[in-house]
Design a protein around this ligand. Structure first.
Ligand code: MN
Length: 261
């Protein structure tokens, strides 16, 4: 019989924080299950504790030039969010080039370089001026996208999941606690493929700031510690093929690299 220790490594998650959790079963420190159950954790820089990932939220079209390249008008569109499954995380250690498997079904596999905010304090209807106090830390990640499937489903007014929410679609670096980095309101964000710059922008070009994203999200969903938010990608998304090496950067964070295999 498998015994799993959920959240035991996280000082963030107290008994109090779990009261009212939609899945009370995971509040148990030890549960018996008929087969091994995977939980998703991301290392925290400078700590032996792990960040327990609860949900992955992603904002769409959050840089004006990217919204335009996706065929929408950034001036008239309120923010919208989608989710990836928690186990779509692919942790990429600093200084490594992780193998990232080219997924099934697609012929147009795209990178999207993004800042990621990690939530340490939950809440509902969080006001914008309090929102950043809910951030535990930051990292960077790739919102990998089967663009052909995403577009095909969008054209048919069907859900996006197959284009966005597939296995390993969320490569991510270690979480940097806020005390190490401060908040990210500006700074370079870029992505290279095989050493050639593809995306290059500044975080201050985000249409909706991290604070605004947290506030808006918390109107639709109660946020909990362990939620992470992919904060959107700049313009010039594009395809990769097997053999390509993606390298992405945000000022103040170590670079993240994957090789498509
Ligand atoms: Mn994205």
């Amino acid at each position: 019989m498998q015994r799993r220790h959920f959240f035991q490594n996280s000082a963030l998650v107290t008994t109090g924080a779990l009261v009212g959790c939609a899945t009370p079963g995971i509040a148990e420190t030890q549960v018996k299950t008929p087969f091994p159950v995977a939980a998703t954790f991301i290392p925290i820089v400078g700590s032996t504790e792990l960040f327990p990932v609860r949900r992955i939220y992603c904002i769409g079209r959050n840089y004006a030039a990217h919204a335009r390249e996706m065929g929408s008008d950034p001036t008239r569109e309120p923010p919208f969010f989608f989710q990836k499954p928690t186990d779509s995380i692919q942790y990429v250690p600093k200084g490594t080039v992780a193998d990232h498997k080219y997924p099934s079904l697609t012929k147009n596999y795209h990178y999207e370089a993004e800042l990621v905010a990690a939530i340490g304090l939950g809440g509902r209807n969080i006001p914008i001026d309090k929102a950043l106090s809910h951030v535990y830390g930051y990292t960077l990640g790739l919102d990998m996208t089967r663009r052909d499937l995403q577009r095909a489903m969008g054209d048919q007014k069907k859900p996006w999941e197959i284009g966005k929410s597939f296995d390993q679609s969320a490569p991510i670096g270690a979480i940097h606690p806020l005390a190490q980095t401060g908040h990210f309101t500006q700074g370079a964000i870029w992505l290279k493929v095989n050493g050639q710059t593809k995306q290059s922008a500044n975080l201050n070009q985000m249409i909706w700031s991290v604070a605004e994203q947290i506030s808006k999200l918390s109107e639709a969903f109660e946020l909990f510690p362990g939620d992470i938010i992919y904060a959107g990608t700049p313009e010039n998304v594009g395809p990769v093929v097997v053999g390509d090496v993606i390298e992405m950067h945000i000022d103040g964070l170590p670079e993240l690299s994957v090789k498509i295999v």
